[in-house]
Design a protein around this ligand. Sequence first.
Ligand code: KIV
Ligand code: ZN
Length: 517
Amino acid sequence: MVHVNIFDTTLRDGEQSPGVNLNQLEKLEIARQLEKFGVDIMEAGFPASSQGDFEAVRAIARSIKNSSVTGLARATKSDIDIAWDALKDAAEPRLHVFLATSPIHMKYKLFKTPEEVIQTSVDMVSYAKQRFPHIEWSAEDASRSDLDFLVKIITKVIDAGATVINLPDTVGYATPAEYGYMFRYIRENVPNIHKASLSCHCHDDLGLAVANTLAAIENGVTQVEGTINGIGERAGNASLEEVAVALNIRKDKFPYTTNLVLKEIKRTSDLVSRFTGMIVPGNKAVVGKNAFAHESGIHQDGVLKNTLTYEIITPEMVGIQSNDLVLGKHSGRHAFKDKIENMGFTLSAEKLQEAFTAFKQLTDRKKEVTDEDLFTILTDIQTAVADIKKYELVAFQVHYGSANLPTATVALNTPEGVRVETARTGSGSVEALMNTLEALIKEEIHLTDYKLNSVGQGRDALAEVHVKMTVDGTQVSGRGSAQDVLEASAKAFLNTVNRVLFNTKAVAQAQAELAQA
Ligand code: KIV
Ligand code: ZN
């Protein structure tokens, strides 16, 4: 059977989803989970795009041992140098360098002739080859490029040392037949194609990303790129969990192997959804809440008689456990530790203590603590940044009545350690609270989005709030959870502002390190 390598770009193309910005600890947690999921290659970011991205790629490269770590670079020497600095400590460093090849991109974006595009690609692959053992070269907008031009440029970049040739459907324009044909044409016409492997990379603008990916595999591609939950630029990328399950369920059509551990799908999807704030739609294939729910009487009857009637994927296959052991007031430290290890969390002794305290506090208010509650508490604790000076909520009060003007009073500790307090009104209780927080914070804030969800079911469910805002002109998103909606809102607001302080500190630290080096 042919082996297909899985290249995950959740932390690069996925992070390009509008409004998503992950901090370094969240990226590291996702990277560790991707390693458990069994991806062969993970694209950890675009090191030259910002100091924060550089730092995150470097931290991931140093920590991941069982997957190859790569970073994106434009076809310039400085991008390649920066990528090398970020990736050189990886177990298997790899560069992903790209340049557009379609007439539209070459003429209107790059202002380069086709010959110049060939020369730049060859020069940059040769330059990168001096350091990187593995080089992927991508022809951006390949699916709208001239096939014979692709043959010419691919032949030359392989001669220059590229080991993987990626042909993206950058704007999600191709149909499966067209996309598959492009790979067949390249395989049949590039004379040195046996020296490199072919990779596909699909966007979902026409809802065809997964179908196009499967068509590419049928036409000789041995590397598939995509993201968890299909997040990404515009309509997103091919959803890796969908590709993985399709390859498994339709082995009759796709006799290929991957290193993926399908049981890790649910946890990987949950982690990405929670950290990015991109909620998985209920009807999403494989990981949506309704993906295994049978609603109509006829379907329920069929499934009761024999699950094969309507169920092609089992929840167990993708790691959805039906026998969740629920913890409660009387559960002790031992049961708690067992449970969270089972859920895939490894916490330091200090964080474990913090998590146990938070769990006990929750059991005072909630009879049964579910896996979803624990997942929320644990991911927050796991990625909380301890040693920064930040805004801390001391207390708040909100007055709301249908006949009154909603008013909030808030007391905060500022990053400088000063306690400040004030009150403001708003047209609703959440707005009054946000107005008050905004008045106490010295950074300039514009709230652009607010989303409220419940964690699991039941009237005592935890509330989870995701917000997006600009803080001193920087776009940032954050989250907060609590049993009360207003408390979750205040936490989300402060979590978002504190992220900017954390990022600023990480950048300052990195600059100091670079200056010393
Ligand atoms: O979609 C695309 O073309 C990309 C490239 C940078 C590979 O993401
Ligand atoms: Zn892309």
